[in-house]
Design a protein around this ligand. Structure first.
Ligand code: SF4
Length: 300
């Protein structure tokens, strides 16, 4: 075993710490994580963890979500600069303006958002449960923030009156329809699976649209040997590991999130050793955000 991994393991034991990692993290981090998953899975897991220290290998809003759900735990993110550009596309002033202008709309906020935005929302959602969150709301009018592509995907599966903010994931936006068309021509028997953060014209080509947690069962069960993958390339690690007999092709070489890839094993070691960087939130914001996030975790 790698010396660094041995040191990480020793620190995890000594400090009663746990490592959770998003599906977009580097393969070597997913390999040693205690738990891996998408945002919804990680939120559900983190809520019930008994350990005192939770190291979140993901982007900032994920560690913040852990801090919202587990105020008594020490939540650490190994790289403070691992941020999500989508989460920063809407400000508190923007969401307050929406609330004022559209008082009859329920505000649904994608979990890829900062705590202050969650605190101003009626409920949060992830890509795994966005459709059900919106459809289960008592309000017929919904404002969805901040991702316009996920909002439009939800709109296709909902009778609600939906408006949305114009944010987007810069990584998924890079995938173009032509990229997928070329690969479909090259691999005519392949299935194309895409994340709902992709552009609507790309999603039209998909055989299946799902969050990263939906991707693994799909890949296992689908009757195809070649699968074209329309999401961040970190998912390939587990897909290949779980399905050695299948061929996975990333739909574009541009599907890599630099922020997700900032964290290294060395960062995790230092995070555990120095207990850095701790996420703390003003209690007033945390309590308001908790309500929206907790409701999210109750919806399948
Ligand atoms: S892949 Fe997109 S949504 Fe996910 S962390 Fe990176 S920029 Fe944010």
């Amino acid at each position: 075993m790698n010396e660094l991994v041995k040191k990480i393991n020793a620190l995890r034991k000594e400090k009663n710490a746990v490592l959770v990692a998003h599906n977009y993290q580097r393969g070597e981090i997913q390999e040693i994580a205690d738990y891996t998953g998408d945002s919804l899975q990680l939120a559900r897991i983190v809520k019930d963890l008994p350990q005192e220290i939770i190291v979140v290998a993901g982007v900032y809003f994920m560690a913040e979500t852990a801090a919202i759900l587990s105020p008594d735990k020490k939540i650490l993110i190994p790289r403070i600069d691992a941020t999500c550009p989508l989460a920063e596309m809407i400000t508190v002033e923007d969401i307050k303006m929406i609330r004022n202008k559209l008082p009859n709309h329920a505000i649904v906020t994608y979990v890829n958002s900062i705590a202050e935005i969650k605190a101003e929302s009626d409920i949060c959602c992830t890509s795994a449960n966005a459709v059900n969150v919106v459809n289960n709301l008592p309000s017929e009018k919904v404002f969805f923030t901040p991702d316009r592509n996920l909002a439009q995907w939800v709109k296709k599966h909902s009778m609600k009156e939906l408006k949305w903010w114009d944010g987007y994931c810069p990584v998924h936006r890079r995938l173009k329809r032509e990229d997928v068309e070329k690969l479909k021509k090259k691999y005519p028997d392949a299935k194309f699976v895409a994340h709902p953060e992709c552009n609507p014209d790309v999603l039209e080509l998909a055989d299946h649209v799902c969050s990263t947690s939906g991707l693994y069962p799909y890949a296992r069960e689908v009757d195809a040997r070649t699968i074209i993958v329309g999401t961040e390339n970190g998912v390939l690690y587990k897909l290949k590991k779980e399905n050695p007999d299948k061929n996975f092709i990333i739909a574009s070489p541009l599907l890599e999130c630099v922020n997700m890839k900032k964290i290294t094993l060395e960062d995790i070691y230092l995070s555990l050793k120095e207990e850095r960087y701790q996420i703390t939130l003003p209690e007033e914001i945390r309590v308001k955000a908790f309500e929206a996030v907790e409701k999210m975790t109750q919806v399948t």
